[in-house]
Design a protein around this ligand. Structure first.
Ligand SMILES: O=C(O)[C@@H](CO)OP(=O)(O)O
Ligand SMILES: [Mg+2]
Length: 416
């Protein structure tokens, strides 16, 4: 009764890139939930469709009433049933008619409304009373590729993990200290540096991939020494973006170098070993399960080899990855798959097979803080949600609040 849905509202709002996205309100007898969908720039080809032709305007004019007439009267606690209803309304297998961004915003708002109906925070409603692990934040320090402009490195994201942090506050401030340090270090290498930032708040330096890697490591070391905790470098290469299928090569335009798959395996392995990288995401094209498998067998004991575009939060595709031992971590982005229950199914399969779920933002975000709760509820060891910028700190500051609420919080175990 408390959680029976009484009203559904869908509105068009801005995302951090200035594009339109949907925000959904769910009102129950005794609660309220609001969630907004993010958008990617370097998307995997097998992600569900974000919006149909006609975009958010079509959702408001044609789909909102359809959804609200089905959902009003249903119990927000029945999230899986509601997700099925959304799938039926859509009628395709990739949310092509009403958009995975629409369905995921509804699905997350429903979960938040259910939690609020019982006066519970979302992480506790979904994860139970015993959850107490806080994920380490993968902080975004420098941007290249699809998240930056011309003359930037080809590697999309130079990330860090403050692995020695004892709590989330220490962790997020370590990340912001490295971000500040990098501004100084970039200035010594790039005389034309304007202080420009990419979509996720990392700096955009006009330097080679190698120099970016060097100053990333230097910043981790210097700040780590200053504050007395270990900080490890990490990457999201988003290699599908610079894989040339015709030439069968990875094209590093900034360095004037191209590498075939064998060279790429060597190159990435060398980076991981030289810089003690704790995490490398999408080091190969999304179709290259063999490249992933090879790298994972070489470095998987000391480094998270994480699949994003390759798995697109899809349980069936992850099952193939598990069978091949292609990765030991998976990016979890609810809008890649279109609903909370499908997201959970993928997380469950990952955890059952020792594949670490890494809950993640998108490059186009809003101030929605839901993924902070999902990361804690799912027991994710890592959360990827930038380091700075209003839409990024919305999640980080929510983690600080969650940690404060927990009676015996501990940082997650990374086992690397
Ligand atoms: O590649 C990624 O992991 C994400 C987020 O960092 O980028 P996008 O949202 O553009 O896919
Ligand atoms: Mg990625």
């Amino acid at each position: 009764m408390d959680s029976v849905i009484e009203d559904v509202r869908v509105r068009k709002i801005l995302d951090s890139r200035g594009n339109a996205t949907v925000e959904v309100d769910i009102l129950t007898w005794n609660g309220f939930g609001r969630a907004a969908a993010p958008s990617g720039a370097s998307t995997g080809s097998r992600e569900v469709v974000a919006f149909p032709d006609g975009g958010v305007d079509k959702i408001i004019s044609e789909v909102e009433d359809l959804i609200s007439s089905e959902l009003i009267g249903m119990d927000a606690e029945d999230i899986a049933d509601i997700d099925l209803v959304l799938k039926e309304i859509d009628g395709t297998d990739n949310y092509a008619s009403i958009g995975g961004n629409t369905t995921v915003a509804v699905s997350m708002a429903v979960a938040k409304a259910a939690a609020a109906s019982y006066n519970l925070p979302l992480y506790k409603y979904l994860g139970g009373n015993f959850v107490n692990e806080i994920p380490y934040p993968l902080g975004n320090m420098m941007n290249g590729g699809a998240h930056a402009g011309v003359n930037a490195p080809d590697i999309q994201e130079f990330l860090i993990v403050p692995v020695g942090a004892n709590n989330i506050t220490e962790a997020v401030f370590a990340n912001s200290a490295v971000h500040k340090k990098l501004k100084e270090l970039i200035q010594t290498k790039d005389s034309l540096f304007t202080g420009g930032k990419g979509d996720e708040g990392g700096w955009i330096p006009n330097v080679s991939n190698d120099i970016a890697l060097e100053i990333q490591a230097q910043a981790c070391e210097e700040v780590g020494d200053e504050i007395g905790i270990k900080i490890s470098p990490a990457l999201d290469m988003a290699a599908s973006e610079f894989w040339d299928a015709n030439q069968e090569k990875y094209i590093y335009s900034q360095d004037n170098v191209s590498r075939d798959t064998g060279d790429q395996i060597e190159f990435v392995k060398d980076i991981i070993e030289t810089y003690n990288m704790i995490y490398v995401e999408d080091p190969f094209d999304e179709a290259d399960f063999d490249g992933f498998k090879e790298l994972n067998s070489l470095v998987g004991d000391k480094c998270f080899v994480c699949g994003d575009d390759i798995f697109v939060t899809n349980k069936e595709i992850l099952a193939k990855g598990i069978e091949m031992n292609a990765a030991n971590a998976i990016i979890i982005k609810p809008n890649q798959i279109g609903s909370l229950s499908e997201t959970y199914a993928t997380v469950k399969l990952a955890k059952e097979n020792d594949v670490a779920p890494v809950v993640s933002h998108r490059s186009g975000e809003t101030t929605d803080e839901t993924i902070a709760h999902l990361a804690v509820a799912f027991g994710a060891p890592l959360i990827k949600t930038g380091a700075l910028g209003g839409e990024r700190i919305a999640k980080l500051n929510e983690l600080i609040r969650i940690e404060e609420e927990l009676s015996n919080p501990i940082m997650a175990k990374l086992n690397k």
